[in-house]
Ligand binder design. Structure first.
Ligand SMILES: O=C(O)CCC(=O)C(=O)O
Ligand SMILES: [Fe+2]
Length: 340
């Protein structure tokens, strides 16, 4: 994690104002405003997204995946009060508890959800809990506080809904791609999904990111966000805002789904894996709950006529981790391009 890189003077302001705030380094004082390539991409205002009805996905689903790789999801069947309770517990745990208490909890991270040694400019203005949901994980057993146990219990209930949503969506996508049943089940390992509860604390520095630009490594990801906003997708050469739809019984209650690298690879680039990022929050903290669905580790990711060589999901994951460790960022599918 990002400890050891912060200067006490630079972080004092943020920490004093809010004892729950991690010691994020302020970049201005450190003269480290290195511009990432993508920060020069223009900002193009809000992007209207299509809505897919989970009860009748029809052609709208595959069309959205081909055109954008991101869509809103209605009629998803996730009870509004379950989302509301999860948001409330996450808000208490992340937004109210002092930083040093959070740090002692299993699954807590700040600065980045990726495991890596970080350079200062890579520190994102985000913190959260990583919640494993699989059969072999007993999140409550590891929980060291009643609040974290409550979060883990709710996460398990919510995770069952997410697995259902992912299964339904992927079933329709697998049919659209003409995948066989065996292949389809290897490409979506229901028990390996995980959930992250993120908090993006208010950030005093303009232009900072809550999460740097990336594509997800998942098959698909499901985002449940509050009404603050900050999520942006790269579309048509510009960063476009995704208007928050509200989770936890607020707003429209729609979820947001984006496809990851694995959906792109198994479709031979027919489906898009949208590049996205989160602008740091200015006035209000932002909370989101993100679920990620993955292939089985041993699933061989391949597609007839693909630009990528066949690889297992385990190989992909290891390559991503090695690249992050070596360079600070993920390379992704390009690593697997077939060179002619
Ligand atoms: O918090 C969000 O809305 C997005 C987070 C995200 O993109 C991710 O965790 O991969
Ligand atoms: Fe993401």
């Amino acid at each position: 994690m990002a400890t050891g890189t912060e200067s006490p003077a630079a972080t004092a302001a943020a920490a004093m104002a809010d004892p729950s705030c991690p010691p994020f380094p302020l970049l201005e004082e450190e003269g480290q405003h290195e511009r990432e390539e993508e920060e020069n991409v223009p900002h193009g205002g809000e992007l209207e997204l299509p809505t897919v009805d989970l009860e009748a996905p029809g052609e709208a689903l595959a069309a959205a995946c081909r055109r954008l790789g991101v869509f809103r999801l209605a009629n998803h069947g996730v009870p509004a009060d379950l989302s509301a309770r999860l948001f409330a517990v996450a808000r208490d745990l992340l937004g109210r508890a002092p930083f040093h208490n959070k740090q002692a909890q299993p699954g807590y991270f700040w600065g980045t959800p990726a495991l890596s040694s970080l350079r200062v400019r890579d520190v994102n203005w985000v913190e959260g809990f990583h919640l494993a949901l699989g059969r072999d994980h007993q999140p409550t057993a590891a929980a060291s506080s009643p609040d974290l146990a409550a979060l883990a219990d709710l996460a398990r209930e919510y995770g069952a809904h997410m697995a259902r949503v992912a299964r339904t969506l992927f079933g329709a996508l697998a049919a659209a791609l003409g995948l066989g049943a065996g292949q389809a089940s290897a490409y979506l390992a229901e028990h390996d999904g995980f959930l992250r509860a993120y908090r993006y604390p208010p950030c005093p520095e303009p232009g900072r990111l809550g999460m740097e630009a990336h594509t997800d490594s998942s098959v698909l990801s499901v985002i449940n966000q509050d009404l603050v906003g900050g999520l942006q997708v790269l579309h048509g050469g510009a960063w476009r805002d995704v208007a928050p739809c509200g989770g936890g019984g607020t707003g429209t209650g729609k979820l947001l789904v984006n496809l990851g690298d694995m959906a792109r690879a198994i479709s031979g680039d027919a489906f898009r894996s949208v590049r996205h990022r989160v602008a740091a929050s200015r006035g209000d903290e932002r909370l989101s709950l993100c679920y990620f669905a993955f292939p089985r580790d041993d699933a061989v990711i391949s597609c007839r006529g693909s630009r990528y060589r066949p690889f297992t999901y385990a190989e992909f994951r290891e390559q991503v981790q090695a690249d992050i460790k070596a360079t600070g960022s993920k390379v992704g599918l390009e690593r697997f391009l077939v060179h002619h």
